[in-house]
Design a protein around this ligand. Structure first.
Ligand code: ADP
Length: 488
């Protein structure tokens, strides 16, 4: 047998490697996202927020230009947003001048002339102007900080012209970025280490039981049916192990049956063949032995062989489902009577048949007679000292039940279920030579299953057995005359 699982080519990575790779990939993606959002995008985000903040400050000031609390509002805004504020009129007269930090000093020392110029310039540009610049002050971690200058000209409700000038920082404060960078670096190291350890244990936990099941499955494929699968870890693996254990048991049973069949069939074939060969040789070599009795033995043994081969063929065809049923409407009672007449020659045996009215069924007559033959043959084989096999026909609920009863040795209760199995014999040792192959009841079961009929057995050890089957009555049972009776 070729075991493809063991082939070298086209081998995909093991489950353990896949778990580690997936887990590692997942951690890397998380880290990459963290770095991108926390470091790379922090600057642009901060910038956007800051610009909006400065615009908000300008708007608040604009709303309060004519208010008496302008000075207070400006002070509050300076503290809250760290923005330097200058408010003047179109002639350069100062109303508010607030300093925010030592770093941003562009608004300091502006003369009325400068303010007038700025006012005119901003007015010409539509009323607002924004400018960013690099401050000359170096940050402690290198590079220069960026500042923003914002100007807005406003005409108040009472017709006064005002210039609002704001200056603020644009770069994230001092060490924020660097702190984040250091934090993220630590986090990265911790996550990579933790991820590695987790991936190692996780993959071991997942992969180990699967690998064990895989190894056992390879042994099973090599024909070691007694192998047992251990499924630990997760539910799916436990279920897989259970299923495989069940499959292994079934395979083992089938294998047992196969061996038994081979032994049975070869034994059952060999016995008659040996007899035929032996008797033929004796008859050839010793002319006096050429007697009708010896010829009869050869004929009997040939018949036994034929029966065995027929049974085997029948059963395999029935089980393969390739036997089409040739259903006709026939008189079952009469059919059984006809079968029983064939047993008349069986010396010493009695076959009382207790039947009421003749019943008609719609079934495959040949197959149903096969059922009756098998049951009667078994009853004859296992009949008790009284050599009586009684048959009984009863009708109930549109069904006819045929029972075949013997007063023989009976069947142990624990074997009752098994006798319908192929090749099953209750007493494997003793009767093999003289009785059937263990196929008869299996054929009965298959035929009745095909007909949708029911069947069963009641048996008591030492007292005998009753095998029965039931078939549905054909419609209008009594309306149609029996063609055989009509012919007489
Ligand atoms: P076989 O060809 O061996 O009779 P069957 O399938 O017909 O095979 O029967 C299976 C087994 O059931 C028999 O080997 C026998 O042990 C048991 N059995 C069948 N019919 C009877 C019976 N009437 N009395 C006792 N045992 C029976």
């Amino acid at each position: 047998m070729k075991i493809t699982a063991g082939k070298k080519e086209k081998k995909s990575p093991g489950i353990r490697r896949q778990v580690v790779l997936s887990f590692g990939g997942f951690i890397l993606i998380i880290l990459a996202l963290l770095w991108v959002f926390q470091i790379a995008l922090l600057g642009p985000f901060y910038r956007l927020i800051k610009i909006n903040e400065v615009k908000g400050v300008a708007q608040t000031l604009e709303n309060n230009l004519e208010s008496e609390t302008l000075e207070e509002t400006a002070s509050r805004l300076v503290n809250a947003t760290n923005t330097a504020i200058v408010v003047s009129d179109e002639l350069g007269r100062l109303y508010v001048a607030k300093k925010a930090s030592e770093k941003y000093v562009r608004l300091e020392g502006l003369t009325p002339y400068d303010l007038r110029n700025i006012f005119d310039g901003v007015n010409l540009q539509g009323g607002t102007k924004m400018e960013t610049y690099r401050s000359q002050v170096e940050t402690w971690f290198g590079g220069t900080e960026e500042g923003i200058l914002y100007a807005r000209t406003v005409r108040t409700k009472s017709g006064l012209n005002r210039l609002i000038l704001l200056e603020s920082e644009l770069t994230p404060v001092d060490s924020t970025l660097e702190t984040l960078r250091v934090q993220l670096s630590c986090l990265t190291v911790v996550m990579v280490l933790l991820g590695g350890v987790l991936a190692f244990f996780l993959s071991r936990r997942i992969a180990r039981p699967i690998a064990a099941v895989n190894e056992s499955a390879k042994s099973l494929a090599k024909g070691q049916y007694e192998i047992r699968f251990e499924g630990s870890g997760c539910r799916e693996v436990a279920e897989l192990a259970d299923t495989l254990n069940y499959a292994a048991e079934e395979l083992s049973k089938v294998e047992g049956l196969r061996r038994e069949l081979l032994a049975n069939v070869s034994h059952d074939l060999r016995t008659p063949l040996t007899m035929i060969k032996g008797y033929s040789e004796v008859m050839r070599d010793l002319p006096g032995e050429n007697t009708p009795e010896n010829v009869q033995i050869i004929i009997d043994e040939t018949e036994r062989l034929t029966n065995l081969v027929n049974d085997l063929l029948d059963l395999s065809r029935l089980e393969a489902g390739v036997v089409p049923l040739d259903r006709t409407r026939f008189n079952l009672t009469e059919s059984i009577r006809a079968i029983l007449t064939r047993y008349d020659k069986l010396a010493g045996y009695h076959f009382p048949f207790q039947a009421g009215e003749a019943v008609w069924v719609c079934a495959d007559e040949l197959r149903i007679s096969q059922v009756v033959y098998n049951l009667v043959n078994n009853a004859v084989t296992y009949a008790g000292a009284d050599k009586t096999v009684s048959l009984c026909q009863t009708v109930e609920n549109e069904k006819v039940r045929i029972s075949v009863t013997d007063t023989g040795e009976g069947i142990p209760a624990d074997k009752l279920k098994d006798i319908w199995e192929r090749y099953y014999k209750v007493d494997k040792e003793h009767k093999r030579a003289q009785v059937g192959t263990g196929l008869g009841l299996s054929i009965v079961k298959n035929i009745l299953d095909l007909h949708g009929g029911s069947y069963g057995v009641e048996s008591e050890l030492g007292k005998g057995s009753t095998f029965w089957f039931e078939l549905k009555l054909a419609e209008e049972t009594t309306a149609l005359p029996d063609p055989q009776e009509a012919a007489h």
